[in-house]
Design a protein around this ligand. Structure first.
Ligand code: PDD
Length: 286
């Protein structure tokens, strides 16, 4: 299957899309990204992703490649051109290139690089993995101190995922000073005595768009939520646990470092939140 992708104003077959070898995204990981899910051919929480993208760009003094309306149009056109019913739209903005490698940023009028492509994922909402629940390991969080900026520096999270696979698990939660920061590509939650606990927003974690929506929906459903630090030991004693992300929505966690949570199946709160999130998000999709 040859996808149609978007590169700097053009819609092209994926085999013909090109970016300079001097692009700072390639040489320096000087780039930010967003992943927006698609259900029923519509975008989930496009507004949230667009706002966070602007924030990431501002934090790095990177130019906006185009307006929010233009971004929406590109997302929609790619979804349509590639016939995506369920899947993801990946967007990346880099600081571009002035034709050489240099640690110093190129001049401010250097054109940013804008790349978008779709990932077709039939069955994304009805994912069998969500019915089984994820097994996770804990690993040390050795990432940089601005995890609130959604940069493409994903080598350590990628290594974390590989460490999880090597241990026969699905994913890893990262630990700093004894406390859980987040998953390799998701925000982390535990549930104890009916109360949902998740780490508060700071520079230590990504401000998940799914997190924001899920916490709002949990409050609307009269669920108790506490935003505070929690340790991995506390997580192992929790009644249930789960993660949230644009690519996996609400994903129940059933095992942490070999310790089985509850009866080893997805907990009722995680299951309910997944249901509510999918329902509400489909209704609000554009
Ligand atoms: N990852 N924390 C990290 C480190 C992430 O990479 C992500 C998203 C999240 C959840 O954010 P959101 O709910 O906005 O997707 C939290 C995306 C999906 C990815 O890298 O593919």
């Amino acid at each position: 299957m040859t996808r149609t992708v978007y590169v700097n104003g053009e819609y092209l077959p994926e085999t013909e899309a090109k970016v300079s070898i001097f692009d700072r995204g390639f040489l320096m990981a000087d780039a930010v990204y967003e992943v927006t899910s698609v259900l029923d051919g519509k975008l989930i929480d496009f507004e949230g992703h667009a706002v966070r993208l602007k924030r990431s760009l501002d934090e790095l003094q990177m130019a906006e490649p185009c307006s929010k309306d233009e971004l929406l149009e590109i997302h929609r056109k790619l979804v349509e051109l590639n016939g995506i019913n369920e899947g993801l739209v990946y967007l990346q903005v880099t600081r571009g290139s002035d034709g050489d490698r240099d640690f110093v940023f190129p001049s401010v009028d250097t054109k940013p690089t804008l790349v978008l492509f779709t990932q077709n994922k039939p069955g994304l909402a009805d994912n069998p993995a969500a019915k089984k629940g994820a097994k996770i390991i804990s690993i040390e969080d050795i990432r940089w101190g601005r995890r609130d900026i959604k940069t493409v520096q994903l080598l350590y999270p990628s290594m974390g995922k590989m460490m999880a696979k090597a241990a026969g698990c699905d994913d890893a939660w990262m630990i700093e000073d004894g406390y859980v920061t987040e998953g390799t590509s998701n925000n982390a939650y535990i549930v104890k005595n009916g109360k949902i606990v998740t780490r508060p927003l700071s520079n230590d974690i990504l401000h998940g768009i799914t997190r924001k929506a899920v916490l709002r929906m949990a409050a609307e459903a009269q669920m108790e939520v506490e935003e505070r630090l929690f340790t991995i030991d506390e997580a192992k004693e929790a009644d249930e646990a789960f993660t949230t992300s644009a690519s996996a929505f609400v994903m129940p966690v059933v095992e942490i470092d070999g310790v089985v949570l509850g009866d080893g199946t997805p907990g009722p709160i995680a299951r309910r939140l997944r249901e509510i999130y999918l329902d509400e998000s489909r209704k609000a999709a554009i």
